[in-house]
Design a protein around this ligand. Structure first.
Ligand SMILES: C[S@@+](CC[C@H](N)C(=O)[O-])C[C@H]1O[C@@H](n2cnc3c(N)ncnc32)[C@H](O)[C@@H]1O
Length: 220
């Protein structure tokens, strides 16, 4: 299970049950940047006292901010490039969650492989990311099939955060996670913000279109 809570702290556990570790982090906003873009969770081998949470992000600055919000050091924050193999994490985690990181990752196949490899057999992965089809309606691309196209996040640039959106088709994403041995168990079109696209979006007035998508996978 993956839960997303806009009022949550940077990252926290939801379930006290060690077999169902759940965690998330909060979306970055213009005024409130949070770290821990990607969160891995799981039990350390042999430890049944509780869930151990590891949070990894490419950005040292975001990790530093997240650590500052966790004075009790309940989360193991690490700086790391998740598009590269992490042998120490292989088969270690019961659950992996990635919240709004996939569209920022340059090498999505490596990212998918690392997440898949990090799971134990029977483990689960939850991904929240931009609906690939909204890349057209929100003018990131004019050609949906232009997988690999890079464009700026205009809203963030306007507020001084220079970051890029990487477009890939949904088919490409699913292929990448399936190649890692994962099986899709659920796709959710997220209602949140479906009615708050930019004014220049290809949508009729009052139109709704999912901005975000959730995918759940298992590792059989
Ligand atoms: C839009 S931010 C989301 C951050 C966080 N999840 C949140 O909601 O506040 C995307 C994040 O992906 C991270 N990222 C991009 N490529 C990465 C990679 N290869 N490995 C790990 N993190 C990566 C960036 O550093 C950035 O913090």
């Amino acid at each position: 299970m993956l839960a997303v809570d806009g009022h949550a702290a940077t990252a926290r556990r939801e379930s006290p049950h060690p077999a169902s570790p759940v965690l998330w982090d909060r979306p970055a906003t213009r005024k409130n940047r949070r770290a821990g873009a990607l969160v891995l969770s799981g039990l350390d081998d042999g430890d049944t006292r509780g869930v151990h949470v590891t949070a990894i992000d490419l950005s040292p600055r975001l990790i530093e901010l997240a650590r500052a919000r966790d004075p009790g050091a309940t989360i193991n924050y690490q700086v790391g490039d998740l598009s590269q193999p992490r042998p120490g994490a292989a088969g270690r985690f019961d659950a992996v969650g990635s919240y709004l990181a996939l569209n920022d990752v340059a090498e999505y196949r490596g990212f998918a492989a690392t997440l898949a490899t990090s799971l134990k057999l029977g483990g689960r992965l939850a991904l929240a990311f931009n609906n690939p089809y909204s890349a057209v309606t929100d003018r990131h691309v004019t050609d949906y099939f232009d997988s690999g196209a890079v464009s700026s996040y205009r809203g963030l640039w306007e507020s001084g955060i220079q970051t890029y959106h990487h477009h890939r088709t949904l088919e490409n994403y699913l292929d990448a996670f399936h190649a890692g041995g994962l099986r899709l168990t659920k796709l959710t079109d997220v209602l949140t913000r479906a009615d708050s696209h930019r004014p220049d979006a290809y949508l009729p007035p009052g139109g709704r279109f999912p901005y975000y998508m959730l995918l759940a996978f298992s590792k059989p």
